[in-house]
Design a protein around this ligand. Sequence first.
Ligand SMILES: Nc1ncnc2c1ncn2[C@@H]1O[C@H](COP(=O)(O)OP(=O)(O)OP(=O)(O)O)[C@@H](O)[C@H]1O
Length: 265
Amino acid sequence: MEKAPQHAVGSEAETKESLRKETILYLDGVSVSFDGFKAINNLSFLLQKGEMRAIIGPNGAGKTTMMDIITGKTRPDEGEVFFDGDIDLTKHDEPAIATMGIGRKFQKPTVFEGHTVEDNLALALSGSRSIFASIFHHRDEEEEARITGILETIRLYPLRETSAANLSHGQKQWLEIGMLLAQDPKVLLVDEPVAGMTDAETEETARLLRDIARDHSVVVVEHDMGFVRDLGVKVTCLHEGSVLSEGSIDHVSSDPKVVEVYLGR
Ligand SMILES: Nc1ncnc2c1ncn2[C@@H]1O[C@H](COP(=O)(O)OP(=O)(O)OP(=O)(O)O)[C@@H](O)[C@H]1O
């Protein structure tokens, strides 16, 4: 008897594994239900190391739930979720996943309003140090250089001594992205970064995220299609907890399925 079937199964698993090893995020066959409702339904999503991806989709498509699964906030009922090739995220909790290098920025900025831009970054850089100790501790050259680098990336170097309370909404979003960068994540998950921003801030945010994507992997969830186009990256459209369409912005935005459930509305 031929051993072909067994061999075929083995090689399929090997192919999957070698595919997985190239990825920074790997979701395969992931499902999760809330009270019998499948919010995520057999979802497969691969993010390559160093890639930036935009996620779009109608309200309730499962975008937030997908982020919740990646960050360990929600446990999937089924499926595989891997980080950096071979770390099984379903075996780790939220704080452990954050420490491993998955940083998440929620829609609403949560900067420390009473502190300067620079001190907010110092706080984020210090991790567990107390607020008082972070601000008054003498920063060494390396810390100074990192803070300066982040201030330049987030376009706030000239405002470093300004109180965060006096920043515009858009600048607060950038500061929060900076605070995420201070934690040195490998992947940044960014939820609706340009909601409520001016047109000029929105355009600058696309450039800022492209700069960050030069040395990080990034997932951006956003409804603003002009902004998604400016990002110039592969787009995934979710619908009913699965991938409806994936590819270039031109491919996805002209896909009749996407027009029907999302763009045409
Ligand atoms: N904890 C929960 N309990 C019950 N249902 C939930 C829970 N979390 C999400 N859902 C449901 O799962 C579906 C997917 O929600 P999700 O928030 O992931 O969508 P979304 O794509 O992020 O939408 P939006 O663009 O509005 O933020 C929705 O129908 C939502 O009501």
